[in-house]
Write a protein that binds this ligand. Sequence first.
Ligand code: SF4
Length: 95
Amino acid sequence: MEDQFKPARRQFLKIGGAAIAMIPVAALTGNALAATNAGMRASMKYQDTPLGDKDCSNCIQFVPGKTPKDLGGCKLFPGDTEVSPKGYCAAWVKK
Ligand code: SF4
């Protein structure tokens, strides 16, 4: 009888894990509006430096800041406002 609940419990845990990854975490930079999405950054192996000529500024997912050098966002990192134009992650796709 217990076995019939296991798939639902497994599904709940999977959805819960994905939901936690989507929660943006406020950055401790002193800027109240700055936020990073630590879960998505970790899962996509985000780094603040480019990989060769691949960086966020030439990725189709990048949402630029006010100027080309300002931090921006990423369509794959909900709520994250601290993505560097010179950053890179495993989801990079040429613009
Ligand atoms: S998908 Fe990765 S490489 Fe592309 S903008 Fe987002 S963080 Fe940068």
